[in-house]
Design a protein around this ligand. Structure first.
Ligand code: AMP
Length: 216
């Protein structure tokens, strides 16, 4: 099993990079935020547990996250290569992931830290739009759909995430600074970290990640 992780603040472009990388490789995109939003929409037990935390821009409890990740890893998706986006977010979660992968005889081989200045994160988050049908990411200025409000791929309606409003964005960036930054140092020490300048066009970011993944 191959496992890679995308790290970076909300708005760093993890989702967009993951779409590009997974289209070009056999990696399967595992986005805990998408999985949780889906669980909230469907009203599952995990969704009910997660909703209040998500609305506030706080991290949902580790027990919920680990349960949904293990469920996905055990689901027999047909792929043995996983690209995590939005997980792990804390040092504790990184240790839990290591334990879950250890049970499967696997480990994290690559971690990509997508680095971008705060002003860029803010403009990406406030302009972000997502397709209700297929989940594809857009941006009103940087990645506009051909027809306003409509997905190019599936024709679904584009919407703005409830937590992409200014007050919640500030909270999410603070949570990131307080918790996720420690992970960068942790993975750097383990020799698996690649820093990626994410203040560039998405094709350049995707290309750089694909090149590193295809070397191993
Ligand atoms: P994202 O789509 O990655 O920005 O995640 C949206 C929200 O889902 C976050 O603000 C958290 O409330 C929750 N979430 C997603 N991934 C995690 C995680 N690994 N740990 C805790 N909460 C998470």
């Amino acid at each position: 099993m191959k496992v890679a992780v995308l790290l970076g603040a909300p708005g760093a472009g993890k989702g967009t990079a993951a779409e590009g990388v997974c289209a070009a490789t056999k990696y399967l995109h595992v986005a805990t935020g998408d999985m949780l939003r889906d669980a909230v929409k469907k009203g599952t037990r995990f969704g009910v547990e997660a909703e209040a935390w998500m609305k506030r821009g706080e991290l949902v409890p580790d027990s919920t996250i680990v349960a949904i990740v293990e469920e996905r890893l055990n689901a027999g998706s047909g792929s043995d290569s996983y690209l995590f986006d939005g997980f792990p977010r804390t040092r504790q979660q990184a240790e839990l992931l290591e334990a879950s992968l250890g049970k499967l005889g696997a480990k994290v081989q690559h971690v990509f830290f997508l680095d971008a200045p705060r002003e860029l994160l803010l403009s990406r988050l406030t302009g972000r739009r997502i397709c209700r049908g297929c989940g594809r990411n857009y941006h009103v200025v940087n990645i506009p759909p051909k027809k306003s409000g409509v997905c190019d791929g599936c024709g679904g309606e584009l919407y703005q995430r409830a937590d992409d409003q200014e007050a919640t964005i500030a909270r999410r960036l603070d949570v990131y600074n307080a918790q996720t930054e420690a992970l960068i140092a942790w993975y750097e020490k383990r020799g698996v970290l690649t820093r990626v300048n994410s203040a560039r066009h998405r094709d350049e970011i995707t290309g750089e990640i694909v090149r590193v993944l295809s070397r191993s």
